[in-house]
Design a protein around this ligand. Structure first.
Ligand SMILES: Cc1cc2nc3c(=O)[nH]c(=O)nc-3n(C[C@H](O)[C@H](O)[C@H](O)COP(=O)(O)OP(=O)(O)OC[C@H]3O[C@@H](n4cnc5c(N)ncnc54)[C@H](O)[C@@H]3O)c2cc1C
Length: 463
C-alpha cells in the first residue's frame, strides 16, 4: 500500500508544541541533520521536525495526532544502527527518546528492572554493577534500551545470555492510533496467550513505540577465564568453534577475527597475539578452578584443530582492554580507511555450517581485492564482513554489493538469515522474500492490522 503522507505544516507544529512545549520540539537545521542518518552507509533523509517526549502520555497524543493526519513517525534511540533502521525516509516526525531515560525501578530479588526506552544500556550497567547485577546484551555502541529492543540487538555475550529478545519480559507500547497496551509478564515463564511481546521486539519501531520495558538482569559472574588463540587458517578457527560447542563447553563469549582484523586488533589493544586468525574466548563461573578447567578443555580442542598459540591466564585489566578493543573494531576499521565508507554484512547460519560459511566469506573478500575484514560472533554463527569502498567509486561499490548479495544467498541456502543482529532496516528488505517466502504476506497483514495508515517508520523491514 502506498500511503499519501502529509507534509508537516505550521498548524501541525503549533498543535505538537502544545503537547510538549516549544523547548522539546525543533525544526532547526542541525537537529534535522543529526536525525537524518545512522551509522550505516544509507542515504541520509532529514525529518521535518524532531520531538523529545518525556512521558507515555505525550507519545500517545503525538501518535494519535500523527495517525489522524497521516504524518510519518520514526522513533529514535541513539542512531547507532547499521542498516538505516531509524532514518526517516518519508520525513515527518522523529521521536527522540534520549530525554525519556529514567531507570524506574530495580527489583534485585526478581533480577528485573523497569526502564524507560532512552536509558543507555552502558549507563544502566554502571549503576547495576554496585548491586552485583548486569543487563547482558552488549551491542558495543552507546545504544538505548528502546533501540536494542526494536532491533533485537545482541553482541559478544549472546552466546551465553541470549539476545535482547531473551532479556525482555514486559513492554508498555503506544500503538499507531495512540492507545497504550502492556504486553508480556513479570513472571519468568508463561504460557498465556499469543506472545505479542515478541512481535514488538525486532520490529524496528514499525508496529508500535516502546515507552517502558521490564528487562531481565543477571548476577555478575564471580570469576572469568579468558584466552586468545591463534590458528594458521580461518577455517581451522571456525572448526574449533564448532568442536567446542559440540563438546558441551559453554563460553560466555566466542569471537573470531580473520588475520587482517587481528592485525588491527593487536595494534590497537597492544595485546600480545600473532597476526593470524584469532579466537577470543571467555568462560564465566562460580570459581577460578571451574573456569580454568573449561579453558584447559578449550585448549585441547583448539590444539586438535591446529591452534598455534594458546594464551590463557589473562588478567582483569587485559581482559577489559580485549573486549573494549573488540567492541571498537568497526570504528578502528573506519579510522584506518580514511575516505572510504563501510558496508557491514550480518549473516548468521546454523553452527554446523559456520566453518563453511566463514571459509566462503573469507574467499569472497580476498577475490574482491578491496579492504575487507571478517569478524564473527562465532558461537552464534553470526558473521560480519566489513567492506570499505571509496565514496563515489561506482565500480568498487558494485563489487561490494555483489559480495554482500552472495553472502546472503549462501547463508540463506545454508538455512541461515540475512541478519543476525543489525535488523532489516533499509538495506536488507530486498532479501525478505528469499528468506521468509510466503510468510512475508502474513507479516504484511500484521503491519496493516497494527498500523493501518503506515505512519510508523515507513518503508522499513517489509519489501
Ligand atoms: C560501532 C558499532 C558497533 C555495533 N555493534 C553491534 C553489535 O555487536 N550487535 C548489535 O546487535 N548491534 C551492533 N551495532 C548496532 C546498534 O548499536 C544496535 O542496533 C542498537 O540496538 C541500536 O540502538 P540505538 O539506541 O542506537 O537505536 P537507533 O539506531 O536510534 O534505532 C534503532 C531502531 O529502533 C527504533 N526505535 C528506537 N527507539 C524506539 C522505541 N522507543 N520504540 C520503538 N522503536 C524504537 C528506531 O526507529 C530504529 O528502527 C553496532 C553499532 C555501532 C555503531
Amino acid at each position: 500500500m502506498e500511503t499519501n503522507y502529509q507534509r508537516v505544516t505550521q498548524l501541525h507544529l503549533t498543535y505538537l508544541e502544545n503537547i510538549v512545549g516549544p523547548e522539546r520540539l525543533s525544526t532547526g537545521k542541525s537537529n534535522l541533520e543529526l536525525h537524518s542518518h545512522d551509522e550505516s552507509h544509507h542515504r541520509a533523509v532529514e525529518p521535518e521536525v524532531v520531538i523529545w517526549p518525556v512521558s507515555a502520555q505525550e507519545v500517545s497524543e503525538i501518535l494519535k495526532f500523527s495517525n489522524q493526519n497521516r504524518i510519518p513517525v520514526t522513533a529514535w534511540g541513539a542512531g547507532s544502527s547499521l542498516e538505516g533502521n531509524p532514518i526517516p525516509v518519508k520525513r515527518g516526525i522523529v521521536l527522540d527518546f534520549t530525554q525519556m531515560n529514567r531507570i524506574l525501578e530495580i527489583r534485585e530479588q526478581d533480577f528485573q528492572a523497569d526502564v524507560e526506552p532512552g536509558v543507555i544500556y552502558k549507563d544502566l550497567n554502571q549503576k547495576l554493577r554496585h548491586k552485583g547485577l548486569f543487563f547482558p546484551p552488549d551491542p558495543g555502541a552507546a545504544a538505548t534500551i528502546g533501540g536494542m529492543i526494536a532491533n533485537n540487538a545482541s553482541g559478544t555475550r549472546a552466546l551465553r545470555y541470549g539476545a535482547t529478545r531473551d532479556n525482555v519480559l514486559r513492554l508498555k507500547v503506544i500503538m499507531a492510533d495512540g492507545e497504550m497496551i502492556e504486553v508480556g509478564t513479570r513472571a519468568s515463564k508463561t504460557s498465556s496467550g499469543y506472545r505479542l511481546l515478541d512481535l514488538f521486539v525486532g520490529s524496528e519501531g514499525t508496529l508500535g513505540v516502546v515507552v517502558e520495558a521490564t528487562i531481565r538482569l543477571r548476577g555478575l559472574p564471580q570469576e572469568f577465564s579468558a584466552a586468545v588463540v591463534s590458528f594458521p587458517e580461518v577455517g581451522d578457527a571456525a572448526r574449533a568453534v564448532f568442536e567446542m560447542l559440540k563438546g558441551g563447553l559453554e563460553p560466555a563469549a566466542l569471537e573470531l577475527l580473520d588475520a587482517e582484523t587481528a592485525r588491527l586488533f593487536k595494534e590497537d589493544s597492544g595485546i600480545e597475539a600473532p597476526v593470524s586468525p584469532l579466537l577470543l574466548i571467555e568462560f564465566h563461573g562460580p570459581t577460578t578452578s571451574y573456569t580454568s578447567e573449561l579453558v584447559e578443555m578449550a585448549r585441547e580442542i583448539a590444539e586438535g584443530c591446529g591452534a598455534e598459540v594458546f594464551r590463557s591466564g589473562i588478567g582483569r585489566q587485559e581482559r577489559d582492554n580485549l573486549w573494549k578493543t573488540r567492541h571498537s573494531l568497526a570504528e578502528i576499521i573506519k579510522r584506518v580507511n580514511v575516505g572510504r565508507k563501510a558496508l557491514s554484512t550480518d549473516v548468521a547460519v546454523p553452527i554446523s555450517s559456520f566453518p563453511e560459511m566463514v571459509a566462503f566469506a573469507s574467499d569472497e573478500v580476498r577475490k574482491a581485492g578491496l579492504p575487507g575484514y571478517v569478524f564473527c560472533h562465532a558461537g552464534n554463527g553470526n558473521i560480519h564482513v566489513v567492506m570499505m569502498g571509496r565514496e563515489g567509486d561506482q565500480a568498487e561499490w558494485a563489487s561490494i554489493w555483489e559480495l554482500s548479495n552472495k553472502l546472503v544467498k549462501q547463508a540463506v541456502s545454508l538455512g541461515g538469515t540475512c541478519s543476525g543482529e543489525h535488523g532489516i532496516g533499509i538495506g536488507k528488505r530486498k532479501y525478505m522474500a528469499e528468506e521468509h517466502g510466503r510468510s512475508v504476506a502474513w507479516m504484511r497483514k500484521i503491519k496493516d492490522l497494527f498500523d493501518p495508515n503506515h505512519i510508523l517508520n515507513p518503508q522499513k523491514v517489509l519489501p
